[in-house]
Design a protein around this ligand. Structure first.
Ligand SMILES: [Zn+2]
Length: 427
């Protein structure tokens, strides 16, 4: 790809054979070819965007500026630029994203829109002065890969029905929980898109607003001028919405307001950082929301994590493997006509030789029943509420992950790296 880019200098004719898995370019080559800072930046960012990287990291270390790219959640090293070349690239990015060029001691934030292959791509750029220089983190906000419909998130057939039952309720509280980077925003956006058929007024409170959603009124938190979550929440309620989407509930006032709204005819969607479904409910009462009102409002919790999806171009089926033993406890959850298809990716140009291409959500959907509400109202520990959900037939996040592996969508290795419940016996 590098060697054939139109108008480019010939860079390493055998580049394809020297790239490691996950390596998109060789930073040292840019310096060797004496490219200018604007050209180095253009190449790095356009290759990263075309290869669907989520982030580009330019960090100063003692040997120079190290370039890293995050692909499907994993960092891949792309080499080092000499410090003085790196400094010119940093200055170029600061100018492009309208940061103060002369300010070298304070962190700065900027945004930038690029046209890549005729598509507008938004970049969120953050600059952090560190001991060796000014590090830059670039987040690629790509509408096409971030605004997915619910059925493209990785939700299995029966879970899709459970999600529909949750969001079709006219009112109540739905929590989406998982660690940072677990795909919660993508899920919330997907739920909202499913809800916006024009029959319900949807309002969001976000910090920051990452994507414009057609048919949704989006309000932005702005701490600099004192516009915080609770102030926006009070204002949003006066706009008489049917559906309110909050990001994370962080303060007692917003927690109580969200629960009140969910108990007075609105459907409220919010996020939590709790690691499993029942713990998300507990995080709300820990913020001071009254357990009795939380119980009355609660519809359900969607817990999730992301695993890498096997590349469809190079996946091969494994006939014999010891991993099947780990998956035995979920075989009965497969459809009767499904044959377990544990698979692996051999690696090909489509997946940058990693064997994986894009990511897949793994979900646990806890629907609140009368017993759940009773337990929440009496402030029972999250583990008890969770046990009740499992006894009632909830597919846990560990089981959902194992099913994805048995269906040949991901690997046991990915589950072991990303689904902690596999280790703690949560399934
Ligand atoms: Zn592949």
């Amino acid at each position: 790809m590098l060697a054939t880019a139109p108008g480019s200098v010939m860079l390493r004719p055998q580049a394809a054979t020297t790239l490691r898995p996950g390596q998109l370019f060789i930073a040292e080559d840019f310096a060797l070819c004496e490219l200018g800072a604007p050209e180095i930046w253009d190449r790095m960012i356009s290759i990263a965007v075309r290869e669907q990287a989520s982030d580009l990291h330019l960090t100063y270390q003692s040997e120079g500026m190290r370039i890293g790219v995050r692909l499907d959640g994993r960092m891949h090293d792309q080499g080092v630029l000499p410090a003085e070349v790196g400094q010119r690239v940093t200055n170029h990015v600061k100018v492009l994203s309208r940061m103060e060029l002369s300010e070298r001691r304070k962190p700065q934030d900027g945004r930038l829109t690029l046209d890549i292959d005729g598509r507008p791509i938004d970049l969120r750029i953050s600059l952090l002065p560190t001991s060796h220089g000014e590090d830059i983190a670039v987040r690629v906000l790509d509408r096409e890969s971030s605004l997915l419909s619910v059925d493209r998130l990785g939700v299995s057939g029966c879970q899709l029905g459970e999600i529909d039952a949750l969001i079709n309720a006219p009112s109540g509280l739905i929590l989406v929980t998982g660690s940072t980077g677990a795909g919660k925003s993508t899920t919330l956006y997907a739920l909202l898109q499913r809800l916006t058929d024009g029959s319900r007024k949807c309002v969001t409170i976000e910090d920051p607003i990452e994507y414009d959603l057609p048919g949704v009124n989006q309000a932005q938190v702005n701490h600099k001028i004192g516009v915080d979550w609770s102030m926006l929440m009070r204002s949003v309620l006066r706009h008489d919405p049917n559906v309110i989407m909050l990001g994370e509930i962080r303060d007692p006032e917003t927690a109580s307001a969200a629960v009140r709204a969910a108990n007075s005819g609105r459907l409220v969607l919010a996020t939590s950082h709790a690691s499993y479904s029942a713990a998300a409910v507990e995080s709300l009462t820990a913020l001071g929301a009254h357990p009795h009102f939380v119980a009355r409002a609660l519809r359900g919790v969607i817990a999730q994590t992301l695993v890498r999806r096997l590349c469809p171009y190079c996946t091969i089926r494994l006939e014999e493997t010891s991993d099947f033993a780990l998956l035995e406890d979920v075989q009965h959850l497969l459809n009767p006509d499904e044959r377990p298809a544990l698979s692996m990716g051999r690696g090909c140009p489509h997946c940058r030789h990693t064997g994986y291409r894009s990511r897949l959500g793994v979900f646990e959907i806890m629907t609140a029943d009368d017993r759940t509400r009773e337990m929440v109202a009496h402030n029972r520990p999250a583990r008890e509420v969770y046990s009740h959900a499992v006894e009632s037939g909830m597919v846990t996040i560990a089981q959902a992950g194992k099913l994805s592996a048995l269906r040949g969508l991901t690997t046991v290795e990915e589950l072991l790296n990303n689904v902690s419940e596999i280790w703690t016996g949560g399934a």
